[in-house]
Design a binder for this molecule. Structure first.
Ligand code: NAD
Length: 466
């Protein structure tokens, strides 16, 4: 065990014990400090780091990172009073003389392990929730986006005390060492494969977990859909951050008769967004690393060599880690793009004849983080929702569920465990502590031993009537 981690962990644990419930004012102070850092002091560094690590256009950096974090903080600040208030609940008549409520208390010392695709948003978003709930936090950001992790390290060191929030840089070994510590809660965002490793490590200490994972998020487009609007939104959702988004549409299930018209619209919108040559567009980013570039290039080669037809894109450039927004039709069901999570700007098209077929196809795969429906048929929308399971669903749009702080965000089974964002994030980092107060003589005392005919009759009465 690294001594530095252990010392920091001990300091945070002592801090939690000494302070007890971190006060409302202290939480607001910390949230304000993070808010100021992201909106003002470090804004330029954040934009520069995202351009360096991901080739992220400035508008995308502002919209998908800075705006999201600030929105999370503002929402938390305006709701914190309400969330921290004890919640009264009813007490059964059989417990007459007592009152009941529950409070949200901080879990204690928490670990946040984050990914690289929205490095700031997916680190500082959960951090804001952890602070809102009154915890101390150790952060391990991704090693894949080093400049972003460096800026986050500077921010954390400057605005927080070590016992409040600390950040350690590093890759697998750092995560592994940190996971040996008896954290009270672990919040992990990343792939399902690593999520299993994290959950196994958490089990050793029975730490609770929130696992924000990924997988293959399907999109169904039926013949009643507004095809041009669907194509526009989907081409945006799949090219934003180069498709390196956990909720990005992973594959399209399109009804047979409308496929050609839909694909024509998709091609039109790609040209409208990025011109004829997306490589020279300033509105289009890059793949994060050579490893991920190769993985995506192999996806295209594999799909095309097994009979897939390129509808759009397919252009790649290893030197700049560029992969054009790519649409592939006639994909072999065994091709890797239909087996593994794509996490890049490649969209395979699958044709279906009946809605039942589309639903069955989705249900043969792991439960997704997102399921998108493009349709104007209320009956079809209802049927799809009723017969599938997903972390979240958007009708006639994609990706936007992430931005509503009032909604629970997270997957189910392979796509995630637990929920985050807004109140659900506060809840994830809180223990719901039940409180009962006995005010007067309790009826239950009449049931104490020695058991007599009277206690037996009273028990029978209670079972029947309460
Ligand atoms: P990843 O699982 O490879 O890495 C995530 C984090 O885990 C990193 O900090 C990494 O250093 C650490 N890590 C890697 N190997 C580890 C190990 N053996 N033990 C302990 N820690 C380890 O994921 P990634 O490549 O950074 O991100 C892509 C994945 O994340 C995709 O599957 C995507 O869908 C998912 N994701 C999910 C969400 C969500 O909110 N649900 C958001 C973004 C990304």
């Amino acid at each position: 065990m690294d001594k530095q981690f252990l010392e920091c962990f001990k300091k945070q644990k002592q801090h939690q014990e000494k302070v007890g419930q971190i006060s409302y004012n202290q939480r607001i102070r910390m949230l304000n400090a993070l808010h100021r850092a992201v909106e003002h002091t470090y804004r330029k560094d954040i934009i520069e780091a995202l351009a360096t690590d991901l080739g992220k256009p400035k508008v995308e950096a502002e919209l998908t990172e800075i705006f999201q974090i600030i929105g999370t903080i503002k929402h938390a600040k305006s709701n914190l009073h309400k969330w921290m208030r004890p919640k009264k609940v009813a007490t059964p008549l059989a417990m007459l003389g007592a009152s009941s409520s529950y409070i949200h208390e901080p879990k204690g010392v928490c670990l946040i392990i984050s990914p690289w695709n929205f490095p700031f948003n997916l680190t500082f978003g959960p951090l804001a929730s952890a602070i809102t709930a009154g915890n101390s936090v150790i952060i391990k950001p991704s090693e894949v986006t080093p400049r972003s992790s460096e800026v986050m390290g500077d921010i954390v060191k400057t605005i927080f005390k070590e016992e409040e929030v600390s950040l350690f840089q590093g890759a697998v070994e750092t995560s592994t060492a940190l996971l040996e510590l008896p954290f009270n809660h672990i919040f992990f965002t990343g792939s399902p494969a690593i999520g299993k490793i994290v959950m196994t490590a958490a089990a050793k200490h029975l730490a609770s977990v929130t696992l924000e994972l990924g997988g293959k998020s399907p999109t169904i487009i039926d013949s009643t859909a507004n095809l041009d609007a669907a194509a526009k939104k989907l081409m945006w959702a799949k090219s934003l951050n180069c498709g390196q988004i956990c909720v990005a549409p992973d594959y399209i299930l399109v009804e047979e008769g409308i496929k050609d018209k839909f694909l024509k619209s998709c091609k039109k919108w790609l040209v409208t967004f990025f011109g004829e040559d997306s490589k020279s567009s300033e509105s289009y980013g890059r793949i994060v690393s050579d490893k991920h570039y190769k993985r995506l290039e192999q996806h295209i080669e594999n799909a095309v060599s097994s009979g897939g037809k390129l509808i759009a894109g397919g252009q790649v450039d290893a030197a700049s880690r560029f992969i054009a927004p790519t649409l592939i039709d006639n994909v072999d069901p065994e091709a890797s793009v239909l087996k593994d999570e794509i996490f890049g700007p490649i969209l395979p098209i699958v044709t279906y004849r009946s809605l039942d077929d589309a639903i069955s196809y989705i249900n043969t795969k792991e439960r997704p983080l997102a399921l998108y429906i493009y349709s104007r048929s209320k009956a079809n929308i209802k049927t799809i929702i009723k017969n599938t399971k997903a972390g979240g669903t958007v009708v006639n749009n994609s990706n936007i569920q992430f931005g509503n702080h009032e909604l629970p965000f997270g997957g189910i089974n392979n796509s995630g465990v637990g929920k985050s964002h807004g109140f659900f994030g506060f809840e994830a980092f809180s223990n719901k502590r039940a409180l009962m107060k006995q005010h007067t003589f309790g009826v239950t005392e009449m049931l104490f031993p020695p058991y007599t005919g009277f206690t037996e009759a009273l028990t029978k009465f209670a079972v029947k009537w309460f």
